[in-house]
Design a protein around this ligand. Structure first.
Ligand code: ASP
Length: 357
C-alpha cells in the first residue's frame, strides 16, 4: 500500500512495516476492549485512519510483514523482519522506518534489531521506530493512532541532533529499542514504563547523551540467523522448590543454551548445581541473569560461576536469550570464516553496552 505516492519505489518516503499486535487488534465490541484479538487489521488501514493528521508532503509506503499476536513471534519472523529492515535501510528512497508491533514480545524484537541493524541505521543516519498499542484499534480511546503518528513524526523529522538508530515511541515517550520492556499488563505506557526514556516531543539531553554512548559502543552488527541457524535457547527461572530433574530433562532435548533467570542478584537453587555442571561439560552455553527484572548480575557473584558461564549484566532474561542466540550464531559464522571467536566474545560485547539512566 502506498500513500501520497505516484511512484512509491523512487519517491523519498517513510516505510511502515506491519507486524500485527494490539495496535492492529479488534475487540468484539467497543465495550469489551480487553476481549480483543490481536493482528486483525492491515497496516494500510491503520495508516488510513490517521491520514488527515500526516504532515503535508510526507510520503508513506507500507508493507505487511506479518499480522500476529506477538506472543507467537518466531525465529523465522525475526529473521524476516531483520532482513526487511536491513534491505530497506540500504534503499536511498527510504528515509526512516516505523514498525507496528505487538507489545508482549517487543522487548525481544527491540534488542534483536539493535544487535543486527543498530550500527547500520546509525551509520546511515536513519531512524527505525518500533511502536504498538495497549488498546485494540476499535476501542473508544484507542492509543494506536496517536502512537503511530508520533512514531511517523520521529522517523521523519530532524530532531535536534538525535542520531539514526533503533528506537521505540509510545504514549508520548521515546526510548532506545534495546531498553523496551513490558512491565505492566494493561497500562498505556507498559512497554516504556520502566525504561530510560525521553519525552517524544522535547528531548532530554542526558537521555540523548546515553543514546550516543550506546551507539558509539555498538560498532559492528551481528549476523541475522537464517531459519535453521537459530540455536535453541531456553529460559529457566529459579524458584522455591526447584528440582534437579528439570535441568536433566532439558539436557535430553538438545538445547544449545540456557539463560538462568536467578533469584535476587542472579543466584539459583543449589539443586541445579550438579546438572548445570554436566550441561556445561556437554557444551551447553550458560548465561546467568536475574528474575527481578531490573538491576545487574555480575560474574562470580553471589558464588563462583561454572567455567564458561557468563553473567548478563543489565540484560533481562528475554533480552539475554536473544543476545545468546545471536552470539551462538555469530560464533558459528565466524568459524566458517576461520576466525577463532567464541559466543562469549560476542556476548561480552553486548554486556558492556552503556546503561542509560
Ligand atoms: N497484548 C499484545 C499487544 O499489546 C498483543 C501482542 O503482543 O501482539 O500488542
Amino acid at each position: 500500500m502506498s500513500t501520497n505516492l505516484k511512484n512509491p519505489e523512487k519517491t523519498p518516503h517513510i516505510l511502515i512495516l506491519g507486524m500485527g499486535g494490539t495496535i492492529a487488534g479488534l475487540a468484539p465490541s467497543p465495550e469489551k476492549p480487553l476481549e480483543y484479538k490481536a493482528g486483525q487489521v492491515g497496516v494500510g488501514s491503520l495508516i488510513s485512519h490517521i491520514q488527515s493528521a500526516i504532515p503535508e508532503g510526507l510520503s508513506l509506503v507500507s508493507e505487511q510483514v506479518a499480522n500476529i499476536n506477538s506472543r507467537n513471534l518466531s525465529d523465522d519472523l525475526l529473521s524476516l523482519l531483520g532482513e526487511t529492515v536491513r534491505k530497506s535501510l540500504l534503499d536511498p528512497s527510504v528515509h526512516g522506518i516505523v514498525i507496528t508491533h505487538g507489545t508482549d514480545t517487543i522487548e525481544e524484537t527491540g534488542i534483536f534489531l539493535q544487535l543486527t541493524c543498530g550500527q547500520l541505521s546509525h551509520e546511515l543516519g536513519k531512524r527505525v521506530i518500533l511502536t504498538g498499542a495497549m488498546l485494540p484499534s476499535n476501542a473508544p480511546d484507542a492509543d494506536g493512532p496517536s502512537n503511530l503518528l508520533d512514531a511517523i513524526k520521529w522517523a521523519s523529522t530532524p530532531i535536534d541532533d538525535c542520531p539514526g538508530g533503533i528506537y521505540a515511541v509510545m504514549d508520548g515517550r521515546a526510548c532506545m529499542a534495546i531498553d523496551l520492556a513490558k512491565r505492566h499488563t494493561t497500562a498505556l505506557n507498559a512497554p516504556l514504563q520502566s525504561s530510560p526514556s525521553s519525552s517524544a516531543g522535547l528531548i532530554n539531553p542526558s537521555w540523548l547523551f546515553g543514546v550516543k554512548a550506546v551507539q558509539a559502543a555498538w560498532i559492528e552488527d551481528l549476523p541475522i540467523p537464517t531459519g535453521n541457524e537459530w540455536p535453541w535457547v531456553e529460559i529457566l527461572t529459579s524458584h522455591a522448590g526447584a528440582r534437579s530433574e528439570t535441568v536433566a530433562h532439558w539436557m535430553d532435548i538438545e538445547v544449545k543454551g540456557i539463560v538462568l533467570a536467578g533469584s535476587g542478584i542472579g543466584g539459583f537453587h543449589d539443586s541445579w548445581q550438579a546438572p548445570l555442571a554436566q550441561a556445561v561439560a556437554k557444551g551447553v552455553a550458560l548465561v546467568r541473569t536475574s528474575r527481578t527484572g531490573s538491576g545487574s548480575t555480575f560474574l562470580n557473584i553471589p558464588e563462583k560461576d561454572l567455567p564458561g558461564c557468563l553473567a548478563s549484566g543489565s540484560l533481562t532474561a528475554p533480552r539475554a536469550r536473544i543476545a545468546l542466540q545471536l552470539s551462538l550464531n555469530a560464533e558459528k559464522q565466524a568459524k566458517k570464516m576461520g576466525k577463532p571467536l567464541t559466543w562469549q566474545d560476542f556476548f561480552a560485547r553486548i554486556v558492556v553496552l552503556p546503561v542509560i539512566k
